[in-house]
Design a protein around this ligand. Sequence first.
Ligand code: SAM
Length: 229
Amino acid sequence: KLSKRLQAVANLTHPWRRIADIGSDHAHLPIYLRSTEQIDFAVCGEVIEGPYEIARDHVQKSGFATDLQVRLADGLQAIQPEDRVECAVIAGMGGMLITEILERGVDQLRSLQALVLQPNQNVDVVRNWLAEHSWQINAEDLVYDEGHYYQLIAAVPVSQPLHYQPVELLMGPKMLGNVEAASDFEKYWQFQLQQKQLVLAHLQQATQPPAEKIEHVRAEIKLIKEGLD
Ligand code: SAM
């Protein structure tokens, strides 16, 4: 059984049958998707020897070694044209690292039909990268798992770069106004709002209040309030 976070990632891979899981670690996601017959094939990419060996071991034991190819490779380089991968998953890493992986994999990205991303932080940076590189966010989710909230993004290629509003970059174009996810969304952003307000209060009490930081936090508070409205 997958964690709630990985289950939410798995849900966003529908309807794709050939996926790449970049930074696969234990290969939990592809093994689950293959054993539940939700995919036919997966590349499990790992850049570090240790997790690569663990992934290979788990795949061997799962009995799906023909359909799940474990590869030691950096980012999207794990994907070969003959794999006919439709959707790449990059989950459980920081948004900066995910953006770097996408940036270094523009050649492989051209052959993909979907991306499923779960950045642990800097989700706005990832949304902005997608928009600038002509990927449209077509589904999002937000889940609470083991004391943390996680934001998830699915995107598809479009013919032109897009432009998201600052509130959409921060909170997610598909999360804003998503009635199904409304209660977690509200809880998460109310919590964020309180945190930012505390930070602001601390900054303002400093002997030399840092004007730029204060302005930045104020702007974030304004956006969150706008999104919660
Ligand atoms: N994707 C899994 C999940 O969501 O549970 C595992 C997340 S784990 C915290 C991140 C994994 O990404 C690590 O195993 C790490 O070695 C791998 N990783 C980091 N940078 C990578 C890169 N450039 N290419 C492939 N894998 C990478």
